[in-house]
Design a protein around this ligand. Structure first.
Ligand code: ADP
Ligand code: MG
Length: 720
């Protein structure tokens, strides 16, 4: 650590971990096992928790029923299997230990943690955190949180992650971190955030934060350090997103789609009045289209809020200006559905004929999926390249090689957390080599269900946002009931029969089997056959799953839409977009296997017509607390926006963000759930610091950190 300027994160990254005195080849290998090869990695290995010795209790003083922290030495330990087949992995077992702290003895019991016997060998010093019970006159803890703290002193003892499994104890890590901090202190840490900003937000400086997170003297220190480090993580991501937004919005050249004539012919022809929200959002889109820079907009709207017509207006905005539009859907069923509904919506609209001066021809809408036959595909691709096709609707097939547009003006991505940033980019670039002379198409991304604001800011933070916060008028609320157990299920089938008798239709959604389309299909077939021969005998049942061929799928969907089927038994292939207003009841089987967003999305298939609709969540009677909370939420809340927040609370962001998040962020401490307010703050500061310079010339330290730590930032940050 030579030189004298304060250390940047990049400096720290350049120092191999082996340079620390405490690290020999063996520790180096162990650290590598954690993915730590340099000092930055070590300093960013934050403690998992802190043992606060100021809370330490003596065994003698333990009070039954209260949580307590006891530091003691293991005097005796033994384990044995509990019934079942002994020694079997995962079998039931019990380990009991006696722990003494000099003031008295405590019994500690672990169920199904046989490895504790090895971890807590006699003589081990450890911290035990748990609720105090009484067992045969002696204090006892059952399954307490255990931290091996060695002979460390100090009031606050950091506990590092995973150290029990690796060849590295938590105190060895602490020792290395201490050495790194001590040696770094000679130069100090560079702080990429301007002091006035830190002052305004009441945040400590970088050096203090790094020191306090690893070697705090109080829990208040920890909180202050965490606040600063969380802010840094969120700020880096927001800077990357805001800079990208700047870059895309201000620098790339788009089409100036300012001829609205086709849209103005389209909208008045709709069979209903636009909602206020639709009018506002379409206006936002058209304003974007007319600008010389490409649009990058996110459309959030609840299920049934009428996103499709916004999509069509967007596509027509491009067509109106002599360009083409592409609509990309996450599944084939949805692409087919869109093809049908968009085709119907634009029926009667015409555009000038390329050859004739005065002729008009109908707007042409085509479908491209992996199921499109080779001959059809060839013709379609020719049509796209020649400009004979105005709007193409499809799945991922749209971004495959060989798809070329004459002039791709607008892209709408109807997604369900399924397309990544990269794919968005591919589609965007697809329009670049055409006659648009390197111009980038306008892009509208639509979410199938709302996502929480903090997640939207993080995942779609490079986009402008429009929100459809209003449902079309006349929608009857959907009554959602939770039907647990066999008797309740019988009532569900009675309700389905009654609904069909009244001339309406029903969906039966079959259990989700994530791993296998095949198993899922056969389960659906089983349900179909059981119902057809039993509870729903005499009704006209259709079956739809991932293995039904597209032609047959189309026939089934058409029949259901036309009223030729009473009940559609289906897997989640009907999850998004499917729109049959006469369907007024839905039964979701094994509903506990679905996530909140999925249930809400499924439920959105009913309640689309004038009739009162019902959705039944069918489950067994013994559910875990998480499934119960999910189902309760779906029963109690009709708003996708509210459910999105609850979902975030229940699950955390990991699953919510899914793949798109991966590699984009460097969150180690930050949580979109816990740190909601900080996401907003970080966004504001990012907007302030980026200003109108995506290269961040005024804040080179920050720009460098973003480039170092936020993976997909490199291609646009620094491009000037
Ligand atoms: P989303 O994709 O947002 O879930 P859709 O675009 O599929 O919703 O629209 C849901 C249903 O509402 C469709 O049947 C559509 O025709 C209808 N719809 C859309 N906008 C309106 C409106 N302004 N008034 C009445 N019905 C509408
Ligand atoms: Mg839709």
């Amino acid at each position: 650590m030579s030189g004298s300027a304060p250390l940047t994160l990049r400096d720290l990254e350049a120092i191999p971990i082996g340079r620390l005195h405490g690290v020999g080849p063996k520790k180096e290998a162990a650290l590598r096992g954690f993915g730590i090869t340099d000092v930055l990695g070590l300093l960013q290995l934050y403690p998992r928790r802190w043992v606060d010795r100021t809370n330490e209790a003596r065994v003698r003083d333990l009070v039954e029923g209260e949580q307590a922290l006891v530091l003691g030495r293991v005097e005796r330990i033994s384990g044995r299997p509990l019934g079942g087949s002994p020694g079997r992995r995962g079998g039931r077992s019990i380990v009991t230990a006696t722990v003494s702290d000099g003031s008295g003895r405590m019994r500690v019991t672990f169920f199904n943690q046989p490895w504790r016997e090895r971890q807590l060998a006699v003589g081990t010093n450890a911290a035990f955190w748990g609720r105090v019970e009484q067992y045969q006159g002696q204090p006892q803890m059952t399954n307490p949180v255990v931290d091996l703290i060695g002979d460390r002193t100090g009031r606050i003892v950091p506990i590092y992650p995973q150290s029990e499994k690796a060849d590295l104890t938590t105190w060895e890590i602490a020792g290395l971190v201490e050495e790194a901090l001590r040696r770094a202190a000679l130069r100090g840490f560079a702080d990429p955030v301007p002091a006035p900003v830190l002052g305004r937000l009441g945040l400590c400086d970088r050096g203090t934060a790094l020191h306090s997170i690893h070697a705090p003297t109080s829990m208040a220190d920890v909180a202050a350090a965490r606040a600063r480090l969380v802010f840094d993580e969120l700020l880096r991501v927001q800077v990357a997103l805001v800079a990208r937004k700047q870059e895309l919005g201000a620098r790339s050249v788009g089409h100036r789609h300012d001829d609205r004539s086709l849209v103005e012919r389209f909208l008045p022809g709709l069979p209903w009045q636009l909602t206020g929200a639709q009018e506002r959002v379409i206006e936002e889109v058209l304003a974007d289209l007319a600008r010389p820079h490409p649009m990058h907009r996110l459309l959030q709207g609840d299920v049934g809020s009428g996103k499709t017509v916004v999509a069509v207006a967007t596509l027509l905005g491009a067509v109106s200006n002599g360009g083409q539009g592409a609509l990309m859907a996450p599944t084939e069923v949805l692409a087919e559905q869109h093809h049908e509904s968009v085709g119907a919506l634009v029926e009667g609209l015409t555009v000038p004929h390329a050859e004739g001066l005065f002729d008009e021809r109908p707007v042409r809408v085509a479908l491209l999926t992996n199921r499109t036959t080779a001959a059809e595909r060839r013709e379609l691709l020719d049509g796209l390249e020649a400009g004979r096709v105005d709007i193409v609707i499809g799945t991922h097939a749209l971004i495959q090689e060989g798809v070329r547009f004459r002039r791709l003006g607008a892209v709408v991505i109807d997604e369900q957390h399924r397309f990544g940033v990269e794919q968005r980019a591919v589609l965007r670039e697809g329009g670049v080599d055409d006659q648009g002379q390197g111009r980038v198409p306008d892009v509208l991304v639509m979410t199938a269900t709302p996502i929480p604001r903090t997640a939207a800011l993080t995942v779609y933070g490079d986009l402008d946002t429009s929100t459809l916060d209003q449902l079309p008028p006349g929608r009857k609320p959907i009554t959602t009931r939770w039907a647990a157990g066999a008797d309740a299920e019988q009532e569900v089938w009675a309700a389905v029969r009654a609904e069909v008798a009244a001339g309406r239709q029903a969906y039966v959604v079959c259990p989700l089997i994530e791993e296998s389309v095949k198993l899922e299909a056969s389960a659906a077939t089983e349900v179909h056959d059981r119902l057809a021969g039993g509870e729903l005998a005499g009704l006209r049942l259709g079956l739809l799953h991932g293995r039904v061929l597209p032609r047959d799928r189309q026939l089934t969907m058409d029949a259901f839409r036309a009223g030729g089927l009473d009940v559609l038994v289906a897997t989640t292939v009907i999850e998004v977009g499917v729109d049959v207003p006469n369907a007024s009841v839905m039964a979701i089987l094994d509903a506990d296997r679905f996530g909140i967003a999925q249930l809400h999305q499924l439920r959105g298939r009913v309640g689309r017509g004038a009739d009162h609709s019902r959705c039944f969540l069918v489950t067994g009677t013994e559910l875990g607390p998480e499934a119960t909370a999910r189902l309760r939420a779906v029963v109690d809340h009709a708003s996708g926006f509210e459910l999105a927040e609850i979902d975030l609370d229940l699950r955390g962001e990991g699953q919510l963000l899914g793949d798109r998040q991966k590699g984009r962020t460097d969150f180690r401490l930050a949580s979109l759930r816990r740190d909601r307010a900080c996401v907003e703050t970080a966004r504001e500061v990012a907007v302030e610091l980026v200003g109108d310079d995506p290269a961040l010339a005024a804040h080179p330290g920050l720009a460098d950190e973003v480039a170092l730590l936020v993976e997909d930032s490199a291609d646009y940050l620094f491009r000037s």
